[in-house]
Design a protein around this ligand. Structure first.
Ligand SMILES: Cc1cc2nc3c(=O)[nH]c(=O)nc-3n(C[C@H](O)[C@H](O)[C@H](O)COP(=O)(O)OP(=O)(O)OC[C@H]3O[C@@H](n4cnc5c(N)ncnc54)[C@H](O)[C@@H]3O)c2cc1C
Length: 399
């Protein structure tokens, strides 16, 4: 692997990252983005330059820049990773390695896994070779996740899993699933274990569910007499709840990132000039809309600064799960505002979600607006995050 020792100062790092990107990022990919596994399935296949770029980033460890080099990461500090992201954005580059393994499972295995589990599972995630899905929610266990009932029995040389998960994003295109299972029915949180399940195991079935925006990215997942090797248990039997809480913290952290929050590609002022028009002074013609776009951009900027502050806190070892809940709600609101404004700006051009009569950008914005409704549901709903904030940040009494 081509892991360089990190240069000493941030400015030196910026210069070397800039040079490396100039030498290695294929210009044909400028303005492109990470291709999600399910869209690959639907026909958006990565081309040769995408695969070349992915290979180069993987060799450098920069798909997961802050993970240790021993497990395929870049060994960078949070601050250096931020500089790298800025330098990528500056030239229209992007990180071609992502997914739930990067956002959630990798950091969790690094914290709770045995050395063998780390070496087995983390490097393939760092190289973008293995897709993971999250088997947490069940038909009777969403916000009250600890009510989950998927049964896991110890059969001596293996575990036997039976049950159903729901809303399992990307299950139909995933290689592996990190799954919460019940190993003790007499205790709620303390009867849950954390299992890693190979999706190709006999008895695993993923059935896709259609979303409001027409896309189908998540599934109902069924486990029928699924045999799971003992070495696929993360942590101890019945100790899965603590691991799951930590993983959810990583999920909320990832969901609240600037990249996820600023998901409208063309800036709002540009869009408004094109669809609403300009006045004699070249300003967006509608004064009220202009004011609301300005207010949104200020919030977006303030949110970006808050994230930077959070990153500095992580660097100093001050990471806290409850704070992630505050950020998750804030980020969801900012992103939903952005999508609302974008569709409002489109006017009647924002009414279609498929078929002729609409440009690709218009269809994407409308679909993005519909999708943005889920920002306050996935990763734990808005109300549930508020409950966590009330309890753990504000220390308010529980009912
Ligand atoms: C796009 C998307 C992707 C997802 N991907 C995955 C995935 O990959 N894997 C996975 O396991 N899950 C996934 N989920 C599921 C997600 O985690 C749950 O939808 C979420 O936790 C809410 O659970 P629920 O849908 O069962 O709603 P419920 O728990 O039934 O909640 C319904 C409503 O009641 C409110 N509510 C519930 N309890 C309280 C309370 N105590 N106080 C105040 N209000 C409350 C909620 O806020 C919500 O508004 C995904 C969801 C979405 C939308």
């Amino acid at each position: 692997m081509d892991h360089q020792a990190a240069p000493q100062t941030d400015e030196q790092f910026r210069a070397s990252a800039r040079q490396w990107l100039a030498d290695n990022f294929p210009v044909s990919l400028k303005g492109g983005k990470y291709i999600l596994p399910h869209t690959q399935e639907e026909g958006e296949k990565p081309g040769p330059d995408y695969l070349l770029w992915k290979g180069r980033i993987a060799n450098k460890g920069w798909g997961v820049p802050t993970w240790p080099a021993r497990y395929g990461g870049g060994g960078l500090t949070t601050c250096q990773a931020e500089i790298l992201a800025e330098e990528m954005a500056r030239i229209g580059a992007f990180n071609p390695i992502g997914g739930l393994g990067v956002m959630m499972l990798g950091p969790t295995v690094l914290e709770f896994g045995t050395e063998e589990q780390k070496l087995r599972h983390v490097p393939p995630i760092a190289r973008g070779e293995i897709e993971w899905c999250q088997g947490f929610s069940e038909p009777g266990a969403g916000s009250d996740l600890a009510s989950l009932r998927t049964r896991c029995e110890d059969k001596g040389d293996h575990f036997l899993v039976n049950g159903q998960k729901i809303w399992t994003s990307f299950a139909h295109v995933s290689d592996w699933c990190f799954c919460l299972v019940r190993t003790d029915t007499s205790r709620k949180q303390a009867g849950i274990s954390f299992l890693l399940i190979d999706m190709r195991t006999e008895g695993v079935e993923a059935r896709p569910i259609s979303l409001i925006n027409g896309v189908s990215h998540f599934c109902e997942t069924f486990f029928t007499d699924v045999k799971v090797p003992k070495e696929n248990l993360l942590g101890e039997v019945n100790a899965g709840w603590g691991i799951a809480k930590r993983l959810l913290q990583h999920e909320r952290n990832g969901l609240s990132s600037q990249r996820n929050v600023a998901n409208v590609e063309r800036g709002l002022p540009d869009l408004a000039r094109a669809y609403v028009g300009t006045d004699d002074e070249g300003r967006i013609a509608d004064a009220d809309l202009r004011a609301r776009i300005t207010a949104h951009m200020m919030r977006q900027h303030a949110y970006g600064l808050t994230l930077r502050h959070r990153n500095a806190g992580i660097e100093a070892g001050l990471e806290g799960s409850a704070q992630m809940s505050v950020l998750k709600n804030l980020g969801a609101r900012v992103a939903q505002d952005l999508n609302e404004l974008a569709v409002e700006i489109l006017g009647i051009a924002g009414l279609g979600w498929e078929g002729p009569g609409y440009s690709e950008e218009e269809l994407e914005l409308t679909s993005g607006w519909l999708y943005s409704k889920c920002f306050s549901i996935y990763g734990g709903s808005h109300e549930v995050q508020n409950n966590i904030t009330a309890k753990r940040v504000l220390a308010l009494p529980s009912a």
